[in-house]
Design a protein around this ligand. Structure first.
Ligand code: SF4
Ligand code: SF4
Length: 84
């Protein structure tokens, strides 16, 4: 049986400045930009549930504001990281 790794991506919207770099670098198009601005007037990044995340970490590395978390699903227990 082949091992399938699944990843959870989270945008920390309060740190997102809407530069769209993460969207540009996400090959499977898991990420997108919200059309509606938030209360700060910024169109932040969002996560598409239907497109799989490969865990490549490009988005997290490229984000200038450290506004993206990528975790393996197996490491998340009850909504929190198993190491917490
Ligand atoms: S880790 Fe890779 S595949 Fe997953 S959302 Fe970020 S850029 Fe896209
Ligand atoms: S790279 Fe970071 S700051 Fe830019 S849109 Fe994506 S999450 Fe927001």
């Amino acid at each position: 049986m082949s091992e399938e790794r699944r990843f959870e991506v989270r945008i920390l919207a309060e740190y997102c400045k809407g530069c769209a770099l993460c969207v540009e670098f996400c090959e499977p198009a898991r990420l997108y930009m919200h059309k509606q601005p938030d209360r700060r007037g910024i169109q932040t990044a969002g996560v598409r549930a239907e497109n799989p995340c490969t865990g490549c970490l490009r988005c997290a590395v490229i984000c200038p504001d450290a506004a993206i978390e990528v975790n393996r699903v197996e490491d998340i227990v009850g909504g929190r990281l198993a190491s917490e």
